[in-house]
Design a binder for this molecule. Structure first.
Ligand SMILES: *Cc1c(COP(=O)(O)O)cnc(C)c1O
Length: 229
């Protein structure tokens, strides 16, 4: 059995230490506990240990957890971190604080339509394929600006920053995180409302220290908290 509370405490200590090494304040980095494939009971355990922000990757699994009696009444801040296509937007809009895995303006368009229908504003990130692995989702870094420009005018959605999944090798990962930071800086200098563009969602169990060094504001950690999937 994993000791989730103990793992969580250790991950938080490692994040704090990475922040000290990077000369950053720990409040600048938020931890998203990635609970995909794990039970509602595991989420509950992390909640009881003080974790408030959780990430899910699969729509049906996320909806099942939302409706689970063990979690139903908890004001969990959910983030949808999996790749999300247009046809799944309807099921997620309004139920999460932020969507991380969008890589097409058309999907943002759909998010905008749903947000208008519900009378809400939805925050999202654009996913960037910084490792350029063909198996990965995400915009090519060179096309982020153009994609963002098509989205800026859409009502009831706010682009808050960028997300990436790096190469498994931490040395490569660090360069990829630096590239994502560069993309965000470029975006900010061209955005109608640069103050909204504050988020860099990068870093997982294997590479969050490198991500903190390169300016991550949201790190997504599953295995180090909940154990192997
Ligand atoms: C699964 C997943 C994570 C967590 O990965 P770990 O290596 O288990 O920490 C982070 N981000 C995304 C997009 C994921 O799908």
């Amino acid at each position: 059995m994993e000791d989730i509370a103990e793992n969580l405490a250790s991950v938080k200590e490692q994040i704090a230490s990475a922040c000290r090494n990077a000369g950053r304040r720990p409040e600048e980095v938020r931890l998203i506990a990635v609970s995909k494939t794990k039970s509602a009971a595991a989420v509950r355990e992390a909640w009881d240990a003080g974790q408030r922000v959780f990430g899910e990757s699969y729509v049906q699994e996320f909806l099942d957890k939302l409706g689970d009696p063990q979690l139903e009444d908890l004001p969990i801040e959910w983030h949808f971190i999996g790749h999300l296509q247009s046809n799944k937007i309807r099921q997620v809009a309004g139920k999460v604080a932020m969507i991380h895995g969008i890589d097409k303006p058309g999907t943002v368009g759909e998010l905008s339509r749903r947000a208008v229908q519900h009378g809400i504003v939805m925050d999202y990130l654009l996913e960037v394929n910084t490792s350029r692995e063909s198996s990965k989702y995400g915009l090519d870094p060179s096309s982020v600006m153009l994609a963002a420009e098509t989205c800026f005018g859409l009502p009831n959605v706010r682009l808050r920053g960028l997300m990436t999944i790096a190469s498994p090798d931490p040395a490569l990962a660090r360069r990829e995180f630096a590239e994502l930071r560069g993309c965000l800086e470029k975006l900010r200098s061209n955005a109608p409302d640069p103050a909204l563009l504050t988020e860099l969602s990068m870093g997982m169990s294997q590479d969050f220290e490198e991500a903190v060094m390169e300016g991550a504001t949201l790190i997504r950690i599953g295995t180090a908290i909940f154990g192997w999937r």
